[in-house]
Ligand binder design. Structure first.
Ligand SMILES: *Cc1c(COP(=O)(O)O)cnc(C)c1O
Length: 215
């Protein structure tokens, strides 16, 4: 298995502009790699499956400063578990899902940090709000309780080249600004530099940090 040495990690971290945060997406990787990266000073980790995250979290519960981000497709029946286990949810892709999160967060006395996933281009492989639907639902969205709505998240369709990716990220940044949202969760191992140019506040890096996924 491959993992950056602490100096390589520092080079990436130091290259990020002010306001751009790094989320280490640890899905598919062993908890010992998370521990190692935490030792380099990384505190934010992303997982995409609740069943995989729960045992890892319990192996790492001595790491008191760690913050957990849910980045995967969120199924209805996993909402309560995700609310209990995660501080951030990046992948809220519909109004019914957001309403469910609001209701269950209230019961659990939580107020998770939420990103709404938006689809700026047609993409049958991805979920997400269409821009016009998000605008239509906006007054409803901001009236929901126990939701700390912080930003938008997007994943470009796989076929886009780097210029098109940057354009799409810029569109996401502009739309977040229009809605008065501070954060944009955008940019992965293959396009984080384009996302930085467009004003991302959270890049989500997996393979560049951890190497090929193991599990
Ligand atoms: C897996 C995953 C990542 C990290 O992907 P890499 O290409 O390995 O950097 C980022 N975001 C989401 C939503 C993911 O599922």
């Amino acid at each position: 298995m491959i993992l950056l040495c602490s100096n390589e990690f520092k080079v990436i971290k130091d290259s990020l502009p002010l306001g751009a945060n790094l989320l280490a997406v640890s899905k598919g990787h062993d908890h010992e790699l998370i521990r190692k990266l935490y030792g380099y000073g990384q505190l934010d980790f992303g997982e995409s499956r609740l069943q995989e995250a729960i045992p890892k979290k319990s192996d790492l519960n001595d790491l008191k400063q760690i913050r957990w981000h849910f980045v995967g497709k969120l199924q209805k029946n996993k909402v309560r578990g995700v609310i209990k286990e995660f501080d951030f949810i990046h992948s809220v892709d519909s109004l019914p899902l957001l309403e469910r999160i609001s209701r269950i967060s209230k019961e659990e006395q939580k107020s998770p940090n939420i990103f709404l996933q938006v689809k700026f281009k047609d993409d049958p492989n991805k979920g997400g709000f269409l821009k016009q639907d998000l605008l239509k639902s906006w007054s409803k969205i901001i009236s929901l309780n126990n939701i700390n709505l912080i930003g938008l998240m997007t994943i470009p369709p796989i076929a886009l080249n780097s210029y098109q990716r940057k354009d799409l990220f810029c569109e996401c940044r502009d739309f977040a600004n229009h809605l008065g949202l501070k954060d944009c969760s955008m940019g992965m191992s293959n396009d984080w530099q384009e996302a930085i140019k467009a004003g991302t506040t959270w890049i989500r890096l997996g393979s560049i940090l951890f190497g090929k996924r193991q599990i």
